[in-house]
Structures are given as C-alpha cells and as structure tokens.
Design a protein. Structure first.
Length: 251
C-alpha cells in the first residue's frame, strides 16, 4: 500500500443529500460529491450560501447519512473519533459552566456533562488544562474557574480549540471557526491546530467565508457550487492566496 493510500482517513464517493424529499420545498444539498480526507492535510471548503458546505461537513461527521453514495472511514477514525465544531461558541461549550468544567468533559471523554466527583477532582487535570490553554497566550490558563460565558468571543474559541486538542481526534471539522476571532488571535489558534493535526496525523476540514487564513494554513481548497464540487485547488499546484481562491470561487 502506498503512502498516499495509508494517509486516507475518509473517502466520500458519489454522495448526494436531499431535504424535504417529495415536497415542493425539496432541496438538493449535495450532488454526486466525491472527496478524500487525508492525514495531516487541511482542506478548506468554500462557496456561496446554500452551496452545500455545512451539509458536506455533517455528512463527513456521520451526523447526516447520504441518500446516495458512500462514506468510508479508516479504522483509526473509528477508534480516535471525529470532532465537529459548529459555528459560534454556544453549540460547542456550556456557557454557564466554568472553563475547567468544560474541559473535563473532553479530557475524560464523558458521555454526560456531569462527570463523577472522583474523576472531576483528579489532581493532574488542572496542570494539563493550564498547559494546553497557555499555548494560546491569552491568559485563560489563569481563568479556569470563570464561567465560559464571561470570556470574550476569541477566548471562548480558544477553549473550544483546547477541547479539540484534549480529544485528539482523527478528523477535525470546523464550521466558520474563525468568525469569532480577530486578526491577533486567529493566526495563533489556527497555527496550533495545524501543528497538532500534522504531528498527530489528523485531517482538518474547514468551512469558511474568510479567505485570509487559507494562505497560511490551507493545503487545498474545495470550491462548492449548487451542491457540487466545482473545483479543487492544491497548494502544490497553485499558491492559495486570497486572490487565487477568489478566482477559483467566483471566476
């Protein structure tokens, strides 16, 4: 088996997805989409509203089953899992709980939001969480007992990123992750996610309308239009500048 074959974590073949089937409101969200997700590769999904970007993420995550086609995962994906980060902090964090409590859920792999007290008070967790949060240079490691809802939008996204790092999944799916980040915090958080994914052999697939971060973090760009893949641009073939992504998307 070649190196490229061993790097494949998920394969989508001929995937189609419809909503409100049989009604006058039927929507064809995806049409005959084929895509390969490889280890240590950051794929950006771009396109206009309604082009199928978020639906594609939900199909990769397993939340939505395709009406046609197939999604096949490598064994290690099933073992290490897939993390799907929705847009904004609220779907990914419990805003009324503390930073520490939110991270406990990820660190312990809890199926409940309320882990047992013996697990909760493990002495190694606080130091572990502080080390992860300190990477972002935002001082959140000193705010473990603060409610997440009291943090700024960028700090909340850093906590979301910390949860991802603690889970160590095989596939990381990001839906408009940079929408709450400013130009100072975004490159720091994205760089840490990229470095971690590369060292761990994880794939990142990110939906975005903000092309500015693609140049520094993206390995390829998949352009969606009308539920189909319009084009794919690889960094090895073409520089992923804002201009080139704009041309691929709207040219």
């Amino acid at each position: 088996m070649s190196e490229n074959e061993t790097a494949v974590l998920a394969t989508l073949t001929g995937v189609s997805k419809r909503f409100s089937v049989g009604s006058d409101r039927e929507v064809v969200a995806l049409q005959d989409v084929s895509l390969i997700c490889r280890a240590a590769e950051w794929t950006y999904i771009v396109g206009g509203n309604g082009s199928g970007k978020s639906t594609l993420l939900r199909v990769i995550s397993g939340e939505l089953a395709p009406d046609e086609g197939s999604v096949v995962y490598r064994t290690e994906v099933q073992e290490r899992g897939i993390v799907y980060v929705e847009q904004g902090a609220a779907p990914n964090l419990v805003l009324t709980m503390t930073v520490y409590e939110n991270l406990v859920i990820s660190a312990l792999g809890c199926h409940s939001r309320f882990p047992g007290l013996q697990q909760y008070h493990r002495p190694d967790l606080r130091a572990r969480f502080s080390d992860v949060l300190a990477q972002f240079g935002m001082g959140i490691e000193n705010r473990l007992e603060d409610q997440v809802g009291l943090l700024s939008g960028g700090q909340q996204q850093a906590v979301v990123a910390a949860r991802v790092l603690l889970v160590k999944p095989s596939v990381i799916l990001l839906d408009e992750f940079t929408s709450a980040l400013d130009k100072r915090t975004a490159p720091v958080i994205l760089s840490i996610l990229k470095q971690t994914a590369r060292s761990a052999g994880a794939a990142i697939v990110a939906v975005t309308h903000d092309f500015h971060w693609i140049e520094s973090t993206g390995d390829r760009v998949v352009v969606m239009d009308g539920g189909r893949i319009k084009s794919v641009v690889h960094r090895t073939e073409h520089p992923l500048t804002v201009q080139s992504v704009m041309e691929a998307s709207y040219g």
